[in-house]
Ligand binder design. Structure first.
Ligand code: ATP
Ligand code: MG
Length: 408
């Protein structure tokens, strides 16, 4: 992408009411635009990052057999009445349709997915299966001051699994935990993300969260460093030692809840009467699990985790572009390097704008692509480019003829 063609720019003016580091920096760097508290548009650079996060999540859901669907954002009132959530779900946005029927904007989708699954579940032969979607959710959050971390409109991957019995759910749930661990590893958050015991289990005693250690977090967790698991503060009174090794010396940390998984049991299959015939012809209730993760909150978490005082430092596999190519008054030579890199399959943002070197450096640091490649009079004298990793202070000269081999 030629930066001169990008319709956005880095910006100096911040919305006055934006206090979170992640949203401030993403707005300044031109990744997102603020429309209202907790409501953001994704601009070309931000959309690329969000898509890459979603791609990682999608791949790991597919590995454990998740089938991707897209459910409705409008949820008719009677669906939510069936589970008593029309009245009792405090963050619901409710609205009236032209037919005078009432709807909620989807905040979660158990009430849509359960009756949907019911249409296809007749006998035990139809089970198990799991479906997921990546979709915009709407929640009228009271406080929406944490930028992407707590949107009123935000992206969620929500997966739902259907089983004949608890044992089958338990086995699948463990596979889902494995998939989640893989996702956070691939996103560069593996070491600081903890499988966490939390309250809120509807069927089993606990639900489980994936919590990423961060000073920007709203949650407090207690970490066991032997087992790499944690306990949410909500349940520390009843569970004060590590559930795996019994360790009582747990470290208190602030953390961001990036994922949340539940064994729902028959709570929703009961409300919608989802039954299947077992091999003896008896009716049984299907057993369910649900598995959520917030790609936009994950993006905010990555920003809070990987930055310095100059700007963003994207992990390589979700950076908007791997290479930020800067031309200092040498657009012709730089364009030829650009063409070679593109032809070799690299993702490149090419700063071909007519602005000062200082502004180009500042923008490159703010935008945070992993590699800065500089073409200037000085580098060309040595038939070279200068390469600097965003995460390093030092740079090196690399001969243009050796450039493709540099990343091999
Ligand atoms: P929280 O406890 O932070 O309010 P939750 O427990 O209500 O979140 P779930 O309903 O389990 O969240 O949603 C699944 C995932 O969706 C969360 O783990 C989080 O990553 C993401 N998520 C939830 N609410 C928001 C929000 N307001 N903005 C951005 N992401 C969110
Ligand atoms: Mg939660």
């Amino acid at each position: 992408m030629r930066q001169s063609q990008l319709f956005t720019r880095t910006v100096k003016e911040l919305p006055k009411d934006e206090t979170s580091y992640n949203a401030q920096t993403l707005i300044r760097a031109g990744f997102i635009d603020k429309v209202a508290a907790g409501v953001y548009s994704y601009l070309p650079l931000g959309k690329r990052v969000l898509d890459k996060i979603c791609r990682v999540i999608r791949e790991e859901m597919d590995v454990i057999g998740g089938q991707e669907i897209l459910m409705t954002s409008l949820i008719p009132k009677e669906y939510l009445e069936a589970t008593d959530r029309w009245e009792n779900f405090d963050v619901l946005f409710r609205l009236k349709g032209g037919d005078n029927k009432e709807y909620a904007l989807g905040a979660t989708h158990e009430e849509i997915v359960t009756p949907l699954a019911k249409k296809f579940i007749l006998s035990y032969k139809d089970l198990p299966f799991s479906v997921y979607q990546i979709q915009t959710k709407f929640r009228n959050e009271k406080r929406a001051k944490a930028g992407l971390m707590r949107g009123r409109e935000f992206l969620m991957k929500d997966m739902y699994s259907f089983h004949t019995d608890q044992a089958d759910l338990d086995a699948y749930y463990d596979r889902a935990v494995g998939a989640y661990n893989k996702i956070f590893q691939r996103l560069g958050l593996g070491e600081i993300t903890y499988f966490t015991y939390a309250a809120g289990g509807t069927f089993s005693k606990y639900s489980h969260e994936f919590q990423t250690i961060s000073d920007a977090g709203e949650d407090l967790i207690y970490v066991c460093n032997h087992c790499h698991i944690a306990i949410n503060k909500e349940i520390i009174a009843e569970q004060s030692a590590c559930p795996q090794c019994g360790n009582k010396e747990l470290a208190e940390k602030k953390a961001i809840e990036v994922g949340n998984i539940f064994k729902l049991g028959t709570k929703f299959s009961g409300s919608f009467n989802v039954v299947y015939k077992d091999d003896e012809g008896h009716d049984n209730q299907a057993v369910m699990g649900c598995y959520g993760i917030g790609p936009s909150r994950v993006m905010g978490t990555i920003v809070e985790t990987f930055h310095d005082d100059k700007g963003l430092i994207w992990p390589e596999n979700i950076a908007p572009y791997k290479i930020h190519l800067l031309s200092l008054g040498e657009n012709e030579a730089a364009a030829s390097v650009y063409a070679d890199l593109i032809a070799a399959g690299f993702e490149v943002l090419f700063d071909d704008r007519e602005i000062s070197a200082g502004e180009k450096f500042a923008d490159a640091d703010l935008i945070g692509c992993p590699y800065r490649v500089l073409v200037s009079k000085k580098t060309l004298v040595a038939a070279s480019v200068e390469i600097k990793r965003r995460s390093d202070d030092t740079s090196s000269l690399v001969a243009i003829k050796d450039l493709m081999a540099y990343w091999k």
